[in-house]
Design a protein around this ligand. Sequence first.
Ligand code: ARG
Length: 517
Amino acid sequence: MHNNPSHVNYGFQYGEERPPAFAPGYPTAYPPAPQYTNRAPEPINTHHTATAGLPHTTVRRKGSRCKCLCITAAVVIIILILLGVAAVLLWYFLYGVCTLGRRCGQSNTCVRSSQWCDGVTDCPKGEDEAQCLYGVCTLGRKCGQNNKCVLSSQWCDGVTDCPEGEDEAQCFRFYGADFMLQSFSNEDQKWKVVCSDRWDSNIGKRACQQIGYSSSNYVNSGTINPGSVAADGYMTLNADYLALSSDPVHNSLSSSASCPTNEAVTLRCSDCGKSSALATRIVGGNVVTTTSRWPWQVSLQVSGNHMCGGSIITPSWIVTAAHCVQKYSSPSQWRVYAGFLTLTQMSYSSGNLVSEVISHSGYNTDTSTNDIALMKLRTPLQFSSSIAPVCLPNSGLDFSTSRTYYVTGWGATSNGGFASNDLREAQVSLISNTVCNSQQVYNGQITDSMICAGKLEGGVDSCQGDSGGPLVTSQSYLWWLVGDTSWGQGCAIRNRPGVYGNVTLFLDWIYTQMKKY
Ligand code: ARG
């Protein structure tokens, strides 16, 4: 066990969660630039039968001779033009020269030189924007998956600059286990707590909606002494905020050093993280005997077969792994089972239908980077003590290696074994990315979007069939989703711990999808 904190939750870290500047195969948000298709050159009529060859008339007038010359000249010009066009086409197809611009990598698409590094992706794979300034978005931040770079000063300024609005989408975040609301101040480029002055539950509902939650699940707005979290000052509601009731709440907040109430807003958009499991004394590899222990755990099935695990985050949304939905990407193939302990019990039930399967567009099958996906249920779940959401990881929580973590699922109990009929849980430790990337462990295969957990000595681990399921920890009597089960070499082997998606880095993506669908 490594006791020094190595994975502190820094919350939204714009830029860090973004995928590499250019990864071949990422779908871009743009339609591909017009392609030069292989059109055959138009046939040239060499047997020109225009007026040139009119039969001679017996009487020749001066005027007719001139007319004849003009026509001949016109025909010659037309022929020359056609020959010119044919020559250019021939030259283009023979030599493949991209005359007016630059070629997009190895593809046939030619993009005008003026469109390179202009912040708009024109090449089908984004080559025109990928290598600007050595591939780094130095002056700003990247708009999600596409290559557009928007100036930092344009983020959360009330004006949409990213093609999909990423720069204005997530200007709120939750801080700490008390769900202190923070708003991004464009002026100071800092997250600041929101002053409780003028705040009410109507505004709270609107803020929840703007984050990505549905206002029908709104829990409450409260106040709290922010202590040192307010060291950078507050964001305070402007006096005219009610008049702008359809505007983003964020646009009615201004940066201010003081706050009349000296209290910060806490906002609960989801009644999450409650479990009967508060004693954390169970050592890995146990059968779970109460449905209220891990009420967010679901089984994701195709044709009655358990494929993967998942975690309930709202009545309509399940977090799982992207690799789980790679082969079965159609919502109609899936059934979601919530509130069960055994696969047998599920086989007598019909499960919940899925309306949307959303895989992270930056998921890379080779490296397993960004291995996260969302499923939206056709009908929202009815929450109970056995069906309830886990909390998404707020910013400022402590996810250090000294804490206790749990993984749960119906996965195999030995490498290559069958799925377990019973839901099982295992207590694991977080392993720092430095240790996990060391030569004896995964030798550099762990990216920022991954977290390792397990036991380096082996013996306790998640396994095949646990994928997509939760890696959780409890803090302040609530349970937080730290990771989604992604991969591992074998199961429970020494120096081969489980690898999980780093949910904190996907918060922005998750909230954006929840808002969109
Ligand atoms: N990829 C596996 C799945 O689809 C999960 C593997 C986890 N492996 C591990 N050693 N923890 O279920």
